[in-house]
Design a protein around this ligand. Structure first.
Ligand SMILES: [Zn+2]
Ligand SMILES: [Zn+2]
Length: 108
């Protein structure tokens, strides 16, 4: 690759900027990306609670089961079908499971 001169400090580099000048920019870009995907909000918590309430109205204290048979459970929680950490959308579909099934699912 042809040697070039860093746009910011004039050091020889093989990109548009040397690694020293590139790093703060990458960090700023990462930060901007993170801001676009906020942590679970109050509205999101409410949406999860509503999903659990709707499930209870329809099925009662009943967990559909994760890799096990449906069973009775009073500690139901709603979680994303596609985990947000794994690239799922924050507004994606919710799935109601009991805590133990949910953590089994999270550990897959
Ligand atoms: Zn530089
Ligand atoms: Zn369960």
């Amino acid at each position: 690759m042809a040697r070039r001169i860093c746009l910011d400090c004039g050091t020889l580099t093989d990109g548009t900027r040397c690694t020293t000048c590139r790093r703060p920019r990458e960090r700023a870009m990462l930060q901007a990306k993170r801001q676009r995907r906020p942590r679970p909000t109050h509205a999101e918590d409410k949406r999860r609670a509503a999903a659990v309430a709707a499930h209870r109205r329809e099925h009662g204290d009943w967990c559909p089961g994760w890799r096990r048979d449906p069973h009775e459970a009073s500690d139901l929680t709603a979680d994303h079908v596609d985990a947000v950490a794994a690239g799922g959308a924050e507004s994606g579909d919710l799935q109601v499971l009991c805590r133990s099934c949910n953590s089994a699912k999270g550990a897959r």
